[in-house]
Design a protein around this ligand. Structure first.
Ligand code: CTP
Length: 404
């Protein structure tokens, strides 16, 4: 998402300015090209040399400079930017931006900026609560500027409260979200992810190798694209994506109840979970002790959750997954028809770079019209985006159909 994107980072004079080194590194790590502007007071907290080294570009400090001998710095920087982040944003820079004051390079670039701007205020709690500051933030938001509210916790001034610059990951996530087209706004997407655990005594269960990565990637991308997202997740080691409602479940029966009770208002269901088809017929209250000879476990069928959703009233888009080890396309197509899905995402267990634990996938998207979209190896975030592109197209078709 940030790969090749041009970011201007404006650093102002707050104690959190030191975190900009880490922020610059993370933006660069994600593939962005970063140019940094520092105000005079920011340079009291951090040297331009640090950010110049990390960004691989000169750090801009003076209003009256020329870039490449003829370009005026503030215009060139404004034209370069696809996104500007002001972090930390002091009360002073927020006040100046809200009042239309441009008296140094950073505020002048802000004036000339056409790209979206993300302010990350960081200051003492009292200052953050000040009505003038709050009014200024409201004013900026009403003009279309983005604001990432500060986090709460201990502050440099020894007080506790809201005012801390959020973690670098949260700033980067907010930046990605600003750059993402909100083409799923108004939709409610329910995603299932991960394996299920089917217990047969208090310490043992049957499960599978699903890591949950594909489903979590879908949930995150849908959230970034403006959807309300509910993620019903089997046990995984993944952190829940920000801004997503997470419902943790264990067994297939729990997943079924969690999904069916949350369907009202859901417009898209994406079932990436690897649901166990069978569960042990009996759940022993006590741990099973070993004895001589073998142990036989009787298994019974679990309900098919996606099939139940397909039979429910309400015309929602249903996307299923099929992981196969043979006859990929035929098996996937018959699952799609049988389970009343609109799309099925098929992947082949034997394919290099596809499957449960990896960060990449090789998917084929099949639809009800017989189209097969074969995608190359890509990371799961990108694959999630491609699936959502298809969902978006179906939603559009559905809306057109309703009007026509
Ligand atoms: N699925 C489900 N409930 C189940 C089993 C599967 O909702 N009890 C969903 C999965 O989340 C996935 C799709 O059905 O989206 C296909 O799952 P898969 O296990 O590949 O298909 P099955 O129909 O179970 O077929 P088989 O195991 O025989 O391949």
């Amino acid at each position: 998402m940030l790969k090749g994107r041009h970011v201007v980072l404006g650093v102002t004079g707050g104690i959190a300015a030191y975190k900009c080194a880490e922020l610059t590194r993370e933006l660069i790590r994600r593939g962005a090209e970063v140019k940094v502007i520092m105000t005079e007071s920011a340079r009291e907290f951090m040297t331009p040399l640090t950010l110049q080294t990390l960004s691989g570009n000169p750090v801009y400090t003076e209003l009256f400079t020329l870039i490449r001998e003829q370009d005026i710095a503030h215009i060139a920087l404004a034209e370069f930017a696809e996104l500007m982040i002001v972090a930390p944003a002091t009360a002073n820079v927020i006040g100046k931006a809200a009042a239309g004051i441009a008296d140094d390079l950073l505020t002048t670039v802000l004036m000339a900026m056409k790209a979206p701007v993300l302010f990350c205020p960081a200051m003492n709690t009292q200052m953050y609560g000040n009505p003038a500051l709050q009014e200024n933030l409201k004013k900026l938001q009403a003009w279309g500027y983005h604001v990432l509210p500060p986090a709460s916790g201990p502050l440099a001034c020894k007080a506790e409260g809201q005012g801390r610059l959020p973690e670098v990951t949260a700033i980067v996530e907010a930046a990605v979200s600003v750059l993402t087209l909100k083409d799923l706004a108004g939709e409610h997407v329910l995603v299932t992810a991960g394996p299920t655990r089917e217990p047969f005594d208090p310490v043992r269960f049957i499960t599978n190798y699903s890591s949950g990565k594909m489903g979590y990637a879908v949930a995150l991308q849908a959230q970034r694209r403006g959807a309300r997202v509910t993620l019903v997740s089997g046990p995984t080691s993944l952190p829940p994506p920000d801004g997503v409602e997470i419902v943790n479940v264990g067994s297939a029966l729990e997943m079924r109840d969690a999904v069916l009770s949350r369907l009202a208002g859901v417009t898209v269901v994406i079932k990436a979970a690897a649901v166990a088809d069978y569960r042990p017929a009996a759940l022993r209250e006590q741990k099973i002790k070993k004895k001589g000879g073998s142990l036989t476990l009787e298994l019974e069928r679990n309900p098919d959750i996606i099939q139940e959703i397909g039979r429910k009233e309400g015309r929602r888009i249903i996307v299923g997954f099929a992981m196969e080890s043979e006859n990929l396309l035929e098996n996937a197509r018959s699952k799609m028809v049988e389970k009343n899905m609109d799309l099925i995402v098929a992947n082949d267990l034997r394919e290099e770079g596809a499957g449960f634990q990896c960060d990449t996938n090789v998917i084929k998207i099949l639809d009800r019209k017989g189209n097969i979209e074969e995608l190359p190896l890509m990371d799961k975030a990108e694959a999630a985006g491609r699936i959502l592109d298809r969902v978006r197209a179906l939603l559009k078709e559905k809306k057109r159909g309703r009007r026509g």
